[in-house]
Design a binder for this molecule. Structure first.
Ligand SMILES: [Zn+2]
Length: 470
């Protein structure tokens, strides 16, 4: 079977840097071998390159960092057209921008086009997996899964459950919404790398009855994910308190119906009390922190210190389109700013961990993605520290990997993403104009072959005896 060989600085995490000083694993001149969509070997370039066959080409990304692809723990694919739209807060954002944009997804053609653009944009930003909210329309999730399946992307997604406090055209009913969720799960969950998430939009847009039915589905199907929003802004928390006067807290609204458990991911988690934090930690639910969105909408600042003290599981989300960027580097930068507001300080290695292995382990993908270990799926990103003159200059002056990663997340964006590999396939090529015709043709095996042919063609045509100089 054909192998892809990549030479670069190899960076990944053995464990959580919070708890271990030796969690960061860096090979300065490394070689990674991929075959059948998986990593089959990794190590120092010198010794490992001697195992290469004479006809095997090496994609030479020397000087670039090769690391596990980023994982976006919370984002919305139907909000592409309203990113960068002003609003005074999240509730305003929903009514002014989000709901009108999402109403267009009643049209399957709109869903398909957006799904393609969204997945292209993930790749362009080095993101190889995401937890994604569709609209209330089942066809929005069908379109996203179909496109992700054709590209072999590891993706979690779900249709929004929303049966009150939203425009009539975006309303399902308690029974119909949950039935559609179960049907979508039957169609897509476990199909190669796809997983379904039961997705109540947020407590205020579901009736108690709908949340109860969602909880019953979550109990019957422990293998399904759960995703929603939790305690994003103070106005929202007040509203939920009025709607659910019997609940101890916003979290308790979900918890009382069985929606807080492993494989559940709650976006934001800002306005919590200590009992909520302990409960999330004990349930091993994931706090999908979305600092870029929180800054943009003025929602508040997540308290990383209290989260750590409580033992909460943290991952990072872009929350596009409330979030300002698809870039997980931009998300890390915002997390740094938000942490400072709360009097805390995060290390860059911690943030890169949360965006890769931390998220993978939190989402139940330990050993499968988020690591460069042999046997893992080859979801990878190549980051070029010389992508801009200022970054190159600052990077050269950095003395440690911590300092280098910090410069990368503060100064970097999609320009530093040299290539993104999804299941071993170079996927940034999807976004290039010359393969648009290929990308929109049916049949994933033909497309995969075409991508490989083009990638190998780039290797062959490169000067230096087939060695690709990025
Ligand atoms: Zn969101």
């Amino acid at each position: 079977m054909a192998r892809t060989a990549i030479r670069a600085r190899l960076l990944d995490f053995i464990s959580d840097p919070t708890h271990s000083a030796s969690a960061v694993r860096l090979v300065e001149d490394g070689l990674l071998l991929i075959s059948g969509g998986r990593i089959v070997a990794r190590g120092e370039y010198g010794p490992l390159s001697r195992a290469l066959r004479a006809d095997e080409k090496v994609a030479d990304f020397s000087g670039c960092l090769l690391m596990p692809g980023f994982i976006d723990a919370h984002t919305h694919f139907p909000q592409l057209d309203v990113i960068a739209s002003p609003a005074s807060g999240v509730l305003d954002w929903l009514t002014l921008h989000t709901y009108p944009a999402e109403a267009r997804f009643a049209d399957p053609a709109v869903c398909q086009e957006a799904a393609r653009f969204f997945l292209d944009e993930l790749s362009r930003n080095g993101t190889t997996s995401a937890c994604v909210l569709g609209t209330v329309h089942a066809q929005s999730v069908d379109a996203l899964f179909a496109e992700a399946h054709a590209r072999d992307v590891r993706l979690v997604a779900g249709k929004c459950l929303m049966d009150r406090n939203c425009p009539r055209e975006l309303r399902d009913t308690a029974e119909q919404g949950v039935q559609q969720s179960a049907d979508l799960a039957d169609r897509w969950h476990g199909k190669r790398r796809l997983a379904y998430a039961i997705t109540p939009r947020f407590a205020a847009s579901s009736t108690t009855r709908q949340l109860q039915l969602a909880g019953e589905l979550a109990s019957a199907r422990r293998d399904l994910y759960v995703q929603s929003h939790l305690a994003e802004s103070e106005d929202e928390v007040r509203w939920v308190r009025e709607l659910y006067p019997q609940a101890r807290s916003y979290l308790d609204v979900y918890d009382s119906v069985g929606l807080v458990r492993e494989l559940s991911a709650y976006a934001h988690c800002i306005w919590l009390d200590s009992a909520d934090r302990l409960r999330l930690a004990q349930a091993r639910a994931v706090a999908a922190v979305c600092p870029s969105s929180n800054l943009f909408l003025g929602s508040g600042a997540f308290d990383f210190r209290l989260a750590e003290q409580a033992g909460m599981t943290v991952a990072l989300g872009t929350d596009v389109g409330g979030g300002q960027s698809f870039s997980m580097l931009a998300t890390m930068r915002a997390a740094h700013e938000v942490a400072l507001m709360r009097g805390g300080m995060l290390r860059a290695t911690q943030l890169f961990y949360w965006a890769t292995r931390g998220a993978a382990d939190a989402l139940g993908w330990e050993g499968q993605v988020g690591t460069l270990e042999s046997g893992a799926e080859a979801d990878l990103v190549v980051l070029d520290p010389a992508a801009t003159p200022l970054l190159a200059r600052r990077f050269a002056a950095a003395g440690s990997i911590e300092e280098q990663l910090f410069a990368l997340m503060i100064l970097g964006d999609d320009r530093v993403v040299r290539e993104t590999f999804v299941a071993g396939q170079p996927s940034k090529i999807w976004c290039k104009p010359e393969v648009v015709a290929v990308a929109s043709s049916p049949g994933d095996t033909a497309r995969t072959r075409e991508l490989t042919r083009r990638f190998m063609g780039r290797l062959r045509d490169a000067p230096g005896g087939g060695v690709l100089k990025p």
